[in-house]
Design a protein around this ligand. Sequence first.
Ligand SMILES: [Zn+2]
Length: 298
Amino acid sequence: MTADLPIVKCVARARIPTTQGPEIFLHLYSNNVDNKEHLAIVFGEDIRSRSLFARRPNESQTDRMIRGAYVGKLYPGRTEADFDDRLGLQLKFASDGTLIVEDKTTWNGVTNDTLVRIHSECYTGENAWSARCDCGEQFDRAGKLIASDEEIETGIKGGSGHGVIVYLRQEGRGIGLGEKLKAYNLQDLGADTVQANLMLKHPADARDFSIGKSILMDLGINNVRLLTNNPDKIEQVEYTPYIKCVERVPMVPIHWTNENKGIDSVEIEGYLRTKIERMGHLLQKPIKLHANENVTTI
Ligand SMILES: [Zn+2]
């Protein structure tokens, strides 16, 4: 029934305290379609990867803790992965080893709507301080929104500490970093971001979100509040009847709501204009998409 999606497996997860305040759980995935290490940045200890937590033959409790399949919090000398004696949390498993979802220990992705960002890797925007695009700002913004109850500037309801940023390793809308750098030179020669890709004989957007869907399903996320300005992404992320976008949460550029903050550059204005005019991105208030119903769990 899910045969058309890639098969993903969470290899490991670890708690990462962050410089921004909230701690996150970084999940690393393998899959059966490429050799890239796709990631899920998970806010909330109780959002659990089904593939990571499933019991494996002949494994020890220590094996489980080392790969991150534990409940609660690790501490020096802890011996049980499935039971946190300090927090009084106990995981339960079916006879075939699959995790049993109980509200006390595990986030229920059907009864809870989950704030989700599907983010594609952008080395220049995230690590080289690029002001050619808003990827770095959007990435930061997604994390802040998921961690908070509400974004003061916009009134957007946050995730209150629960949510997921799926981080897909598809640099430059899927064309790779080398080709993206060539596209930047074409842009400096007068092309816009769509034209530049087409001149290099790449599609305007070569990204694929199917691995992202598989990761969301592995994390038990069914009702999604999707952080995006891209209306096409809603269809690309929905997977009836398992994953439903119940709301689109816009990512208005910070500089538009506060001219003293956010990225202010000629390049980014052109980039955002292209997104709006050529790619149909919508930059406006949250839009309700569906009632929260008729979702099937896996
Ligand atoms: Zn970017």
